[in-house]
Write a protein that binds this ligand. Structure first.
Ligand SMILES: [Zn+2]
Length: 393
């Protein structure tokens, strides 16, 4: 159900993660949020950091805000994005290097490359018992952010099936990885229902494996059909929430993890078979590859959120660049179903706050350029107010 984007034409947003302020130098490292929040230094820093990310995104002029993923640890290449739930759910233990023969074929890289360094540096829990939900405190984390703005704050989480790529089974309770994936999906569903019950009406599920899997096996492969089923189980019962399904082609330390990035084989699944209201696709870094394939879905009710700035380059994309991409996208996706975002988040190591800020405001400004061209009302973007620049000459 459309909530945060209902009634908005060409709304602007960013994917989710945002570079931390330098002084926000404390992390949860597996502890429960309530425990951390009794430490007055953590409490102050997290609350203030959330105020900063909300303020930055409001000043940038975005229509739908995010909490910056500031509950995630500041760890190597953004491991905490997957690891935060795994550290907290029952049945998972330890920090182990995944055996090379068990590693997904997608995650094999040559020594001497950054991706090799990342995927051999990351450690993962083993599955040692039945996986069961334990609270992730998403509701409280969302409340703390939403309390700081009248604009909608979307809450994003790693999709549970992508976590399974890193898990090895060390218990007779699981015969195969599918049972693990299913239990992960059910655990995440419990957390998402609690988040919805707390009042969050805009949730983003990040990186189901369907586009990666379809590219390798084809969309009819039984593995792919199973993952589709598991994804729909993960978001079951959330029909009154605006569900965004985020897909990109990698973001550990800003990196692309595969070179074949075609959405051709997964498009029908994401547009027609997956539950959800909005599908986000990486477009800027891929020079709009596959955009013409959206012609087939002209009558779809699903909205499409396209990446208009790259999370992989440190060049701050300009408003004109964003407008140019939107003009091209509008030839295939009608304005009332188009949303502008970044290709992925800026906070998984490697990008600083100023670059993230100016990329974000370029998205908002690019949307205004196109709104003006279409004769639609524009929005106020504080970042562009000449009298409110930091250093007025
Ligand atoms: Zn992404």
């Amino acid at each position: 159900m459309f909530t945060s984007t209902a009634g908005l034409t060409l709304p602007s947003t960013v994917t989710g993660s945002w570079p931390r302020p330098r002084w926000f130098d404390t992390c949860m490292w597996g502890r429960p949020l309530d425990t951390c929040m009794m430490d007055i230094r953590f409490r102050e820093k997290l609350q203030d950091a959330l105020a900063v990310v909300i303020s930055d995104q409001e000043r940038a002029g975005l229509d739908v805000l995010t909490n910056g993923d500031y509950h995630l640890d500041e760890d190597m290449a953004g491991r905490s994005w997957h690891h935060y739930p795994l550290q907290r759910w029952a049945g998972l233990e330890g920090d182990h290097m995944q055996a090379a023969d068990k590693r997904s074929e997608w995650l094999r890289y040559s020594p001497g490359t950054l991706l090799y360094e990342i995927y051999t540096g990351w450690r993962w829990p083993w599955v040692t018992d039945k996986i069961e939900h334990r609270p992730l405190d998403y509701a409280k984390l969302w409340r703390m952010a939403q309390a700081k703005s009248a604009k909608p704050v979307r809450f994003g989480t790693c999709c549970s099936q992508v976590m399974s790529l890193f898990l090895d089974i060390h218990t007779p309770k699981y015969k195969d990885m599918r049972q693990v994936i299913w239990d992960l999906a059910e655990a995440m569903n419990k957390e998402l229902l609690a988040l919805r019950d707390a009042g969050c009406k805009c949730i983003q599920i990040e990186e189901p494996c369907l586009h990666f899997m379809s590219n390798t096996f084809g969309s009819d492969h039984e593995k792919v059909r199973f993952l589709l089923e598991a994804f729909n189980r993960e978001v079951q019962g959330l029909d009154d929430v605006e569900i965004w399904v985020h897909t990109c082609w990698g973001n550990p330390n800003m990196q692309r993890v595969r070179e074949d990035t075609s959405y051709a084989k997964s498009m029908q699944m994401y547009m027609e078979e997956c539950k959800g209201d909005i599908w986000t696709v990486e477009m800027r870094d891929r020079n709009l590859q596959d955009i013409e394939l959206f012609d087939r879905f002209k009558d779809s009710k699903k909205k499409v959120c396209i990446g208009t700035v790259s999370h992989r380059s440190l060049q701050a994309d300009r408003p004109e660049d964003v407008a140019d991409i939107l003009r091209k996208a509008l030839k295939h996706i009608p304005a009332e179903r188009l949303i502008a975002s970044s290709d992925c988040g800026f906070g998984r190591q490697g990008c600083n706050r100023e670059i993230a800020f100016f990329k974000a405001t370029a998205i908002a400004q690019g949307c205004n350029i196109i709104r003006k061209e279409l004769g639609l009302p524009t929005t106020y973007i504080p970042a562009t107010n000449a009298q409110l620049q930091t250093d007025v000459v």
